[in-house]
Write a protein that binds this ligand. Structure first.
Ligand code: HEM
Length: 388
């Protein structure tokens, strides 16, 4: 599978698999672009989710987590699957958009979460797979409703872009500002529609995914008290003043997040890749038209790589390093997830902030199981917890 990620871009076609996202993300989305324009967008976006740029978001991530959890008191009952998207959506709105809480922020937050809520329902998502169903028969028809809500979201985004252009504040460091000031080799800036498509893609791909992993982590560490004990020992070692940099480097916390993504990868498969001309991968020939689907779930359950693969054992990641074809929760190659480093960083900070402030317990002792929600796999029952 490592070789599958290494196949040169020009040999593979992604459009056949990603075109279903077009009505949602728009034709200029990084997910739908191919060839040179895809490469350029990745070059532009990748640095904003890596290295020193990540550190700039640390305080913000901890602060948003504290604000959302401020109302928790002893006895509060919480559904992790509801609270986590609230945290991660606010993080992405502030990091990507550079928006501060206010009327437009609140409207966008509500519209995006209700849109995502709808598109993850099986009957609603079928609209995207069957174009003949995409008929606007008025505001009450499913497609008509989708188009109207998308229009509302777009208007809010275009308004934000318009105001930013007027203000022309060169000191801003959010991702929208960066995209707005970028030029291609002919000196052309991105159009409003191109900006919109990129923003909506990052927003929709970037928050539910991380929120789902967080819900899994909370469940797994509370279902395995020995893991929770070791994690709390590590967190206690940081003292009372939590520093995002220190948190992100904690080895056991990192291993807990990695093992969660191994045992419950949010995406079971990578984006399918269609072979254009014959390619050879690990000695096998694949002819034109073959669809290659790297399977994350199966790679993560290989007993040769992960002894007792069904067991949650974060220490695997302390003792050993895994190659890109053994461990691939974020896919790989030139289509690999651009938010991988960002979401790992975010997960660790959200988890550490909550675990060092609250004593939580699972509301019931039944094991949860994976269920499909749109293109992600989430824990059943919403992971209900009680603050003790
Ligand atoms: C735990 C959280 C996440 C998981 C598990 C995840 C997983 C994935 C996977 C499996 C792919 C397909 C990779 C492939 O086919 O090789 C992908 C692509 C992508 N992800 Fe993520 N993702 C996460 C968070 C994020 C975040 C936070 C962002 C951005 C803010 C993001 C943006 C993207 C984009 C733009 C692509 C498409 C890249 C391209 O086509 O070049 N993801 N992600």
């Amino acid at each position: 599978m490592a070789d599958c990620f290494a196949v040169p871009a020009k040999e593979l076609d992604f459009k056949k698999a990603t075109h279903v996202f077009q009505p949602l993300f728009g034709e200029n989305s990084i997910v739908l672009l191919e060839g040179r324009s895809h490469h350029l967008q990745r070059q532009l976006l990748m640095p904003t989710f890596h290295g020193d740029r990540l550190k700039a978001y640390g305080q913000l991530i901890c602060q948003i987590t504290q604000e959302v959890t401020r109302s928790w008191t002893a006895g509060s009952s919480i559904s992790m699957q509801q609270v986590m998207p609230d945290i991660t959506l606010q993080i992405i709105l502030q990091v990507v958009f550079g928006m501060s809480p206010g009327v437009r922020y609140q409207q966008l937050k509500e519209l995006l979460s209700s849109l995502l809520e709808d598109v993850t329902k099986p009957w609603y998502s079928s609209l995207f797979f069957f174009p003949p169903l995409q008929k606007d028969l008025g505001a009450w028809s499913p497609w008509g409703q989708f188009l109207r809500r998308r229009e509302e979201i777009d208007q809010l985004i275009y308004r934000e872009i318009y105001e930013r252009r007027l203000l022309n504040d060169g000191s801003r460091t959010d991702i929208l500002s960066l995209l707005m000031s970028a030029c291609d080799e002919d000196g052309q800036q991105m159009t409003d529609m191109e900006l919109r498509d990129q923003l909506v893609s990052l927003l929709l791909l970037g928050y539910e995914t991380t929120a789902a992993v967080l819900a899994w982590v909370f469940y797994l560490i509370h279902f395995h008290p020995e893991v929770k004990y070791r994690l709390m020992q590590e967190l206690d070692g940081l003292g009372t003043q939590l520093n995002p940099d220190d948190i992100s480097q904690l080895p056991y916390l990192t291993a807990v997040c990695q093992e969660t993504l191994r045992i419950h990868p949010i995406a079971l498969i990578c984006t399918p890749r269609m072979v254009k001309d014959t390619v050879e991968i690990a000695g096998d020939k694949f002819t034109s038209g073959t669809v290659l689907v790297p399977c994350i779930y199966l790679a993560h359950r290989r007993v040769e790589t992960y002894p007792e693969p069904e067991n949650f054992k974060p220490e695997r990641f302390i003792n050993q390093k895994f190659s890109s074809h053994e461990y691939l929760p974020f896919g790989g190659g030139y289509r690999g997830c651009i938010g991988a480093a960002f979401s790992m960083y975010e997960m660790k900070l959200v988890l550490a902030t909550i675990m060092s402030q609250f004593q939580l317990a699972l509301a019931d002792s039944h094991p949860v199981h994976p269920v499909r929600r749109g293109i992600t796999i989430v824990p059943s029952g919403g992971v209900r917890m009680v603050v003790s």
